[in-house]
Design a protein around this ligand. Structure first.
Ligand code: KG4
Ligand code: ZN
Length: 398
């Protein structure tokens, strides 16, 4: 079964073709990150306008690279929750229109649940269709108005064109159930226990900031560019993770998280380091830090944030004895997280490639496939958007 996935919940416009929920035939991602970097964060209206500009060419490009036509596509899956309302509306309306036009079943899916399904994409059969389809994106299908401010990634092309280190490397097998998932992005930090596809419960979640949001805010205090996750971890490579001993929140539920205390502790430590008091504005701090200090703060913050995530994941692994553990969401691209997990988990763990950790439509198509096996499609006119829907509300209950 071949599914077209569409993702536009935040600042990435993406379309992908995935066969049987595991074989990646194409994954085109048009990132707006450079546009929003100028503002230090995502500007919702700018994001929505940008999605409108590129969504049709991105879908066209994904189909071309996968070498499929509308006749080959069995269903469409779209992320319709949660996210920025204007962004979600663009992808959802495109999916509704295409489903109606081409008479395809439509499956709305939850974005965070989708992140977890990036782990179900494996290298089995990757070569089947895509081998012939791999090519440089043709100018005809490049998004119009593509400028140097946009980055268009294509998974299958980069695998063969890029250097080996950056090549997309997929796991060889799918995770087994029961599966423990740590979903960590710019908006979410949660631990979810899956009994099977669609049968899951939330063990815990953040009570304040998401961990990706904490990375983004600490980056701003240190004068590192947006998005904060990659820039903090790059700076951390030169720093001492044990230079500052930041606190970890102690919560009643051991699987809940809290990152706002850590963020404030970093702010106070920076203020102390540069010799100002707590009233000193945080936006003036970066100018008073040198690169070595920046690196030490980045490394110590990252170490503690990651250790917090890993403590809860290891504790849940001992309590619930899952057959597999997966990590998902933008922060799953973090190398320190992967290092600490691999060191401390009592079972081996496979990681999705970085490009499938941050927002992409392949994960949406993969989840759409598993939903389509047990659920009926949603009537096109009933597919709406839900900007703040929790994953707890979308368990399939079948
Ligand atoms: O999943 P995602 O692409 O979008 C959301 O659904 O939020 O996650 C974006 C978040 C941002 O906060 C970004 O700073 C963080 O993921 N992130 C990272 C890394 N790469 C992206 N955080 C830590 N380390 C990274 N390497
Ligand atoms: Zn995401």
């Amino acid at each position: 079964m071949i599914i077209l996935g569409i993702e536009s919940s935040c600042d990435e416009t993406s379309a992908a073709i995935v066969e049987d929920g595991r074989r990646l035939l194409s994954n085109v991602v048009n990132s707006q990150v450079d546009i929003h970097a100028a503002y230090g964060g995502v500007v919702p209206e700018v994001a929505a306008r940008s999605h409108i500009e590129v969504i049709n060419p991105v879908i066209k490009q994904a189909m071309q690279q996968a070498n499929v036509t509308w006749d080959d596509i069995d269903a469409i899956a779209v992320a319709n929750a949660p996210g920025l309302v204007g962004s979600l509306l663009v992808g959802t309306l495109a999916a509704r229109t295409l489903a109606e036009l081409h008479g395809k079943p439509l499956y709305p899916v939850h974005h965070v649940e989708g992140h977890i399904y990036a782990n179900f994409i494996t290298d089995e059969g990757v070569k089947s269709r895509s081998e012939e389809a791999v090519s440089e994106p043709s100018s005809e299908t490049q998004p119009e108005n593509t400028s140097s401010r946009r980055e268009v990634r294509s998974e299958m092309a980069s695998e063969r064109n890029g250097d080996q280190d950056k090549a997309i490397k997929l796991p060889t097998r799918q995770p087994a159930f029961p599966m423990l998932a740590l979903a960590v992005s710019g908006l979410h930090s949660q631990l979810v226990l899956f009994e099977d596809h669609g049968k899951y419960r939330l063990l815990g979640e953040t009570l304040d900031d998401a961990v990706g949001e904490a990375f983004d805010k600490v980056a701003r205090m240190l004068g590192l560019p947006y998005p904060g996750g990659p820039s903090v971890s790059a700076a951390a490579e030169q720093g001492d993770p044990l230079k500052y001993d930041f606190p970890k929140a102690k919560l009643q539920n051991p699987y809940d998280f809290s990152f706002s205390g850590l963020k404030t502790a970093v702010l106070r430590a920076i203020q102390r380091e540069v010799g100002v008091d707590h009233t000193f504005p945080s936006f003036e701090l970066p100018g008073r830090l040198n690169d070595a200090q920046r690196a030490d703060f980045a490394a110590s913050f990252q170490y503690t944030a990651v250790e917090t995530l890993v403590d809860a994941t290891v504790a849940a692994t001992h309590e619930f004895q899952p057959a597999s553990v997966v990590i998902a969401g933008g922060v799953a691209a973090n190398q320190e997280l992967r290092r600490q997990l691999s060191d401390r988990l009592p079972l081996p763990i496979d990681y999705a490639p970085m490009s499938l950790c941050t927002d992409n439509a392949a994960m949406i198509a993969a989840l759409g496939y598993y939903r389509s096996r047990v659920l009926s499609p949603t009537p096109v006119d009933e597919v709406s958007v839900y900007p703040s829907m929790s994953m707890a509300q979308t368990a399939w209950n079948v």
